[in-house]
Design a protein around this ligand. Structure first.
Ligand code: 13P
Length: 246
């Protein structure tokens, strides 16, 4: 089964529009059941989105490392679970870049979320097209997954390769390049964290025109989609494609 995750980022700006988008995504998820569809809205819309999502799964765009207390502004693990969240995206490059989220913080979030029983999607990726992605990614994996052992439910970890230069630019990584990086990430996940069947997604300017080329690659287990996930008709076509490649 291949996975398609909608990362709505900080969109849309009304609960009404969020519900409309959740409804249309659910409709496509129901129609194409071979695809694993995950919708990750802003925290504010989780509860309303959950009411619409029966077949598609609910994701959050971040998590926190504990179950509550004096942490102003944070949404904790117990709250996410209560809202019906089963997936959390952690370490997105926009959080690393604009919120100064460090590998140490990401490591705490990944460890706590896995131990709490959530599916974790850890985002990694390099800044420049000209550099070897694995130089950055190997270091991110080492720091972000530090201390994790097989008993920590590491099988619930998925890594998303999202080169920063490809995010929101319309200039996606080549499918061959993405497959090559995915294979190298998997090698590390197996060697250092003993993950039997590691899963890696690609993200960065995936749309209805190029999605098939990524999903055709055996090494790529799915896609993490930003901009195109906000366009109901286009995202519906992308779910259909994910279904046919599953
Ligand atoms: P775009 O699909 O808009 O390039 O965003 C990718 C992304 O950051 C998904 O997490």
């Amino acid at each position: 089964m291949k996975t398609i995750i909608a990362n709505w980022k900080s969109n849309p700006n009304s609960v009404k529009d969020a519900v409309i988008l959740a409804k249309s995504t659910e409709k496509a998820a129901l129609k194409y059941p071979q695809a694993e569809v995950v919708v990750a809205p802003p925290f504010l819309y989780l509860t309303e989105a959950k009411k619409e999502l029966k077949y598609a799964k609910l994701g959050a765009q971040d998590s926190f490392w504990n179950e509550g207390g004096a942490y102003t502004g944070e949404v904790n693990l117990a709250q996410l679970k209560t809202a019906g969240v089963s997936f959390v995206i952690i370490g997105h490059s926009e959080r690393r870049r604009y919120l100064g989220e460090s590998d140490e913080v990401i490591n705490r979030k990944v460890s706590a979320s896995l131990r709490y029983g959530l599916q974790v999607v850890l985002c990694v990726g390099n800044q420049e097209r000209s550099e070897d992605p694995m130089r950055v990614i190997s270091s991110q994996l080492a720091q972000d997954l530090k201390g994790l052992a097989p008993g920590d439910k590491v099988e619930n970890l998925t890594v998303a390769y999202e080169p920063i230069w490809a995010i929101g630019t319309g200039d996606a990584e080549s499918p061959d390049g993405a497959a090559n990086v995915a294979a190298r990430i998997k090698e590390q996940l197996t060697r250092y964290w003993k993950i039997g069947s590691p899963r890696v997604l690609y993200g960065g300017s995936v749309d209805d025109k190029n999605i098939a080329k990524f999903l055709e690659k055996e090494e790529i287990d799915g896609v993490l989609v930003g901009g195109a996930s906000l366009k109901a008709a286009e995202f519906g076509r992308m779910i259909k494609e994910t279904n046919s490649k599953s």
